[in-house]
Design a protein around this ligand. Structure first.
Ligand code: ACO
Length: 356
């Protein structure tokens, strides 16, 4: 219906903020817990240091709230103006309820809707896409979108878990989405994908209700488990089965195919090409992955933004943190064409093309 189409509004990022804990943890610092080296970590991942939240004072939600306060202020509004919250994380404060409602409470917002997104590394781009649809249809006018993680609380710091623990860091990023008065400005399109065939390649099985149903290498023997012990048991903790698990090479192989694909898809959907792109902001999974993607797409250095060296992989927070930092450094100007792209556990992958 053409009349309906005319009513659709483009969503623009009206304010952006980020928060990282002050506690810097270098590769050298990790050596007190595990057998690793600065050389190994930098060579394989590009990471030099990451931030860890204060163990007792900072949570995924509190970091998200700090980033949100900055985004709200930069959008020139107050928390009372926010009419919807979308929160992406894989490390929520509670198993349930989600972090969205905790943000609603912390910022003393009106009784607005709050939605949590569980798409790991792609979480922020998925969240942005959801928010974009609500703005386009005119349902909401000021949507707060947050990506935040507190990994330091749930990874294995012994040598056993070193292939994962050295990669991840804590932090948060947030944006406020508003309708744009200029249809040429804002989120041009978003593209979401998944392939659940590889769900267990990068996953945290426990606590969960799987009862070994999906997990090939049994993570617990439930035969003797008492009623109520199957969700989280002493045995799981004793065998370190409460930590994430990852087949790193398999993730790498899939990521270097799906990242370029979803970026090209976004450009093609808007009749644009790599040459039109001012800045690609990839999810900060691993510097080697980002460099592979850059090479494959023949992007110049100034067309790709990376900051994983300082923050590690902050999963759902990595894209908004990188976007915010690039903007703060003056690397994003009005009218620039940006592509946000992410790939991660699920597998899920996604992109968003934005005219700033
Ligand atoms: N320090 C020192 N040695 C280590 C460490 C460490 N932190 N971690 C693993 N090793 C050792 C292993 O024990 C192994 O030793 P061995 O040969 O004696 O058995 C050796 O290094 C190689 O181990 P691999 O796991 O095969 O290491 P790989 O070379 O594949 O590198 C890595 C691991 C960096 C994870 C790599 O697979 C990778 O980049 N994968 C992409 C996945 C990724 O980036 N994930 C990020 C999160 S997911 C996402 O955001 C999309």
């Amino acid at each position: 219906m053409p009349e309906m189409k005319n009513q659709l509004k483009t969503a623009k990022i009206a304010g952006i903020g980020m928060y990282v804990p002050s506690n810097v943890f270098t590769n050298e610092d990790l050596k007190q817990y595990m057998d690793t080296s600065d050389e190994w970590i930098q060579e394989r991942t590009g990471i030099k240091e990451r931030r860890y939240a204060d163990r007792t004072k900072e949570t995924t939600t509190t970091m998200g709230v700090e980033a949100a306060k900055i985004a709200i202020e930069r959008a020139g509004i107050t928390a009372a103006d926010i009419d919807f919250v979308v929160f992406a994380t894989l490390s929520p404060d509670y198993y349930f309820p989600g972090c969205g409602v905790l943000v609603q409470r912390a910022l003393k917002m009106k009784e607005v809707g709050a939605l949590d997104i569980r798409n790991q590394c792609s979480g922020f781009v998925y969240a942005l896409s959801v928010a974009d649809q609500f703005i386009r249809t005119g349902m909401y006018k000021n949507i707060l979108v947050i990506g935040a993680e507190k990994h330091s609380f749930g990874i294995d710091f012994s040598t056993r878990g070193r292939n994962i623990s050295v990669i991840f860091g804590d932090g948060a990023g947030a944006v406020v989405l508003q309708p744009s008065s200029n249809p040429q400005q804002g989120i041009l399109s978003t593209h979401l994908h998944s392939d659940g065939n590889s769900a267990e390649i990068l996953a945290m099985y426990n606590p969960g209700t799987h009862a070994n149903h999906w997990v090939e290498n049994k993570v617990a023997d439930y035969d003797d488990a008492a009623m109520g012990e199957m969700f989280m048991s002493h045995q799981m903790i004793d065998h370190a089965q409460n930590f994430p698990t990852m087949d790193g090479p398999a993730v790498f192989k899939k990521a270097i195919v799906k990242f370029p694909e979803v970026i090209q898809e976004a450009l093609a959907a808007n009749q644009l090409s790599i040459a039109d792109l001012n800045l690609l902001i990839p999810h900060q999974a691993n510097l080697r992955i980002a460099q592979f993607v850059q090479q494959k797409l023949k992007l110049r250095d100034d067309q790709v933004y990376n900051n994983i060296q300082k923050y590690g992989n902050t999963t759902a927070a990595s894209v908004p943190i990188a976007l915010c930092e690039a903007w703060q450094e003056g690397k994003i100007k009005e009218g620039d064409l940006l592509c946000l792209a992410a790939f991660g556990s699920g597998f899920t992958w996604a992109s968003a093309l934005i005219k700033w």
